[in-house]
Ligand binder design. Structure first.
Ligand code: NAD
Length: 334
């Protein structure tokens, strides 16, 4: 029997998690919700349910066929992935509790909502059998992917990182800046403390800046390792880390633009790049100090993490490496 997954909030993340679930052989999508009968509601191939029951009439008026409300969907689900906008997921938790359905929340929610914040490599075991887990944000996922294996193999004294953030996702025409660079004045930015919800004793502080781009985030990271290591040692660790991928400036990959073109050339679903991209020729170790740059495809890096999270929470797989391998094989990540 496949695990029955519902998606409540079928936007940037919800759509992608739905497609990724559909590629697995141990879970299936039983329905997705929409708040309004927009073009996405008309196009989706998944059974459609109404997220806000009061809006049922608007779907009928628009001639969009629905199978019921979120309440009806939850009755059939083993687990729901809440892909609604940040902070709205928290409002849904009592509904999930009442329905007796497990829930995966996303990075826009607070850690305390679920009590477990998840990254597959760093803390898969903490999600096993749990009712509520939060998959951390795109930036936090990116930091955990590359920092956790260094922390495990060399030890980390401290990390200083700057997040150069995209200002909006590609379909979002409301947000900016469109011709300015906006520093986040709160120091440290929330990213460092968020990494600590996954790797509690990692000494990390972060700053952030918003720039006029929609395609990816970029991180400039400086790590003080506990053990001395060569550049090759660090590269070897990442070479053997799932969902971390190297590119080289020397091969013409000079910016996030060429990374997105690579994803298109790879024929990826929605042109997604699930891996964290590290510039191999931008990795330098000087004594115990490591410098590197990495790029994050904010719309998709958390998607395979959601799949592993579902597998851990529903006890489909207890071994993190087996789950990661299964997810990645099904999604075409090598
Ligand atoms: P989004 O705005 O693209 O999609 C959210 C969807 O939820 C929309 O379709 C919206 O209509 C719907 N929605 C609104 N209110 C709802 C409700 N009450 N019930 C059900 N659905 C509702 O948002 P997103 O970017 O997919 O973000 C979802 C979550 O994922 C947030 O917690 C966000 O912080 C997190 N996240 C986003 C990104 C990213 O870069 N987009 C990356 C990682 C994590």
């Amino acid at each position: 029997m496949k695990v029955k997954v519902a998606i409540n909030g079928y936007g940037t993340i919800g759509k992608r998690v739905a497609d990724a679930v559909s590629k697995q052989d141990d879970m299936e999508i039983i329905g997705v919700t929409k708040t309004k009968p927009d073009y996405v509601s008309k196009m989706t191939a998944y059974p459609l349910y109404v997220a806000v029951p009061e809006n049922m009439g608007t779907f009928e008026e628009a001639g969009v066929k629905v199978h019921g409300t979120i309440g009806d969907l939850l009755k059939k689900a083993d687990i729901v992935v809440d892909g609604s906008p940040g902070k709205i997921g928290a409002e849904h938790k009592p509904m999930y509790e009442k329905a007796g359905v497990k829930a995966v929340f996303e990075g826009g929610e607070k850690h305390e909502l679920a009590g477990v914040s998840f990254n597959a490599m760093a803390n898969y075991d903490s999600a096993i059998g749990k009712d509520f887990v939060r998959v951390v944000s795109c930036n936090t996922t990116g930091l955990c992917r590359t920092l956790y294996p260094l922390y495990r193999d060399f030890g980390i004294d401290n990390v200083k990182a700057v997040m150069i953030r995209r200002s909006a996702d590609p379909p979002d025409s409301k947000k900016g800046p469109i011709n300015a660079i906006e520093p986040v004045l709160k120091v440290p930015s929330h990213h460092g403390p968020d990494v600590q919800t996954v790797i509690p004793d990692l000494n990390i502080s972060t700053m952030a800046v918003k720039v006029p781009t929609t395609i990816m985030h970029l991180h400039s990271v400086i790590v003080e390792l506990k053990k001395e290591a060569g550049t090759e040692d660090v590269l070897n660790v990442w070479e053997n880390t799932p969902r971390v991928k190297f590119v080289r400036g020397a091969d013409g990959v000079k910016s996030t633009a060429q990374i997105m073109e690579m994803a298109r050339d790879m024929g990826r679903n929605r042109s997604d790049m699930y891996e964290i991209i590290v510039w191999k020729d931008g990795v330098h170790v000087d004594g115990k100090t490591l410098y590197y740059s990495q790029a994050i495809h904010q719309e998709s890096d958390v998607v395979p993490e959601n799949i592993d999270c579902i597998r851990a929470m529903t006890n489909l797989e207890k071994n993190k490496l087996k789950s990661i391998e299964k997810t990645d094989k099904a999604m075409g990540i090598n």
